[in-house]
Write a protein that binds this ligand. Structure first.
Ligand code: GAP
Length: 478
């Protein structure tokens, strides 16, 4: 553990801490409870996130999600899928491949225009995005900079055994194109009528010039994107609808409303395909920055792909008895940025049971571990009794088991990873067949019969009041 200080420093370097460029639309550093260093340290210490290939010194801007991180990430995507696909009848899902026909990226404009202006310092040879620099000198050494050159952000690779121009393919920089090129397949196989949407989650890759702020901007990340097809003329109304809908989704996951802000794009900053765009911004520790972009893409994508592929990508409007090209509203969110925003928002420090504690107020749907079973002692028959409860609860949820150190220390460990409930079994439990449920946020405890433990947890995880006690249960401690 002597290497911890060194590791911390290396970690901060890997996350691009201290980057001297402006971070896109980041403004006004936040006065939040958590700073990024604390969060990085917690993520690393508790197994949420590790630097990629860490034993080799890490790979800049690539991250590995550890045992708790992978659960949180999966829960975010599940929550999104439940709300955006499962609970709607105007949405279908898709999982398109990462590698696509190279013509896709010609038609989409990515080969031509998906570039950042890059400058290099003639002194220290560090590279910067010229549009993010303040001033015209190198932020590191003050040296002279080269003229900006456009640098395409797509990762290039080759398909098959021959590495020539004809076999070039790209790692997708967004999942969106998979949905545009499958428009006709989905129309034909699902018989959806306008308005309807296609949703998908998946990895995207961008060879970003400037990265940093931990997982905020990395080179490999995950997106949750919707392409919502509407009749032209109704696009403004659907754009407003989706902006509201998406903002509310973050609030429904427990993100504080005051930490979210809409930022409509000015005309001159709109992407080449967009008629309108609004970002959902979050107050990250480094300032307000984009969590999600909602764009009105008009008919740009279907028109482009129809022209490039020679396929008529249109929709037969039964009412008007004519073929039309739908407009597209695109709410495009980042899984990793949502992860970071949720952690920032959930992070808290307070005092519990006479001790300082760090806790994550994660929504129960998102918490990596829903409940932890804690036997008061490792001795038999209590250990077997508690393990039986553990085995039973695991059939339904991700559940932890911890019998090391004092009960206080064990509570602290669960609080720090956001486990909403601890289930404690003591020697009395062997007699009265009851266990104690302790709630993370308000520290209240109730004692419930084991027979109603699962039903009680189900209700509590579903958001019911802790004091709706099952028959035979009682308030234990407040
Ligand atoms: N299809 C539209 C599109 O991809 P975008 O604004 O470039 O739009 C959408 O990306 C979202 O994807 C962003 O709001 C952000 O959450 C996430 N994202 C984009 N680039 C990212 C990166 N380098 N690292 C992490 N997340 C990123």
């Amino acid at each position: 553990m002597g290497g911890w200080v060194w590791e911390e420093r290396e970690l901060l370097k890997l996350m691009g801490w201290g980057s001297k460029t402006k971070e896109g639309s980041v403004t006004e550093p936040a006065k939040t409870k958590v700073d990024m260093e604390k969060l990085v340290s917690l993520c690393r210490r508790r197994g949420f996130i590790f630097p990629s290939s860490e034993i080799y010194g890490g790979l800049s801007s690539c991250w590995d999600y550890g045992p708790l991180g992978v659960e949180l990430k999966r829960n975010i995507k599940d929550a999104w899928w439940r709300a955006m696909v499962q609970q709607r009848d105007d949405m279908v899902g898709l999982d398109s491949s990462i590698l696509m026909h190279p013509q896709v990226w010609q038609a989409s404009g990515h080969v031509e225009g998906f570039s950042d202006p890059l400058v290099e310092c003639k002194g220290c040879h560090l590279r910067w995005r010229s549009d993010e620099l303040e001033g015209d000198r190198c932020p590191e050494c003050g040296g002279e900079l080269t003229e900006p050159k456009l640098f395409n952000l797509m990762f290039k690779t080759f398909i098959g055994a021959v590495e020539d121009e004809a076999s070039v393919v790209y790692l997708r920089p967004e999942t969106a194109q998979g949905m545009f090129v499958n428009f006709e397949n989905i129309l034909n196989t699902t018989r959806k009528r306008l308005p309807f949407g296609i949703a998908q989650t998946g990895k995207s890759f961008r060879n970003e010039v400037t990265t940093g702020n931990f997982i905020f901007r990395s080179r490999e990340f995950e997106q949750m994107e919707i392409e919502y097809f509407v009749k032209p003329g109704t696009d403004k109304q659907w754009f407003d609808y989706w902006v509201e809908e998406r903002l509310n989704w973050y609030v429904s996951l427990g993100i504080k409303r005051e930490n979210l802000k809409l930022r409509p794009h000015a005309k001159e900053e709109l992407a080449h395909y967009a008629r309108a765009c609004s970002d959902v911004n979050y107050l990250f520790p480094m300032g307000w920055a984009e969590l999600e972009g909602i764009a009105n893409r008009g008919d740009f994508d279907l028109v482009q792909h129809a022209a490039s592929s020679g396929k008529g990508l249109s929709y037969y409007d039964e009412e008007a008895k004519e073929h039309i090209v739908p407009y597209i509203i695109e709410p495009s969110a980042g899984v990793d940025r949502t992860f970071l925003a949720l952690l920032c928002d959930a992070y808290d420090e307070d005092e519990a049971e006479g001790e300082k504690r760090v806790l994550l107020h994660l929504h129960p749907d998102l918490a990596p571990i829903k409940a932890a079973v804690l036997p008061l002692s490792r001795k038999e028959p209590l250990a077997s009794f508690a393990k039986e409860i553990y085995a039973d609860l695991r059939q339904q949820w991700m559940v932890g088991y911890d019998d090391a150190q004092s009960i206080g220390r064990r509570y602290r460990r669960q609080d720090e990873i956001g486990t909403p409930f601890c289930v404690t079994a003591d020697f009395e439990s062997l007699e009265d067949k009851q266990v104690t449920i302790r709630e993370r946020d308000n520290l209240r405890q109730i004692r419930v019969p084991i027979d109603s433990l699962k039903a009680t947890l189900r209700a509590k995880l579903g958001g019911e009041d802790l004091f709706v006690l099952p028959e035979g249960g009682k308030v234990w401690k407040e």
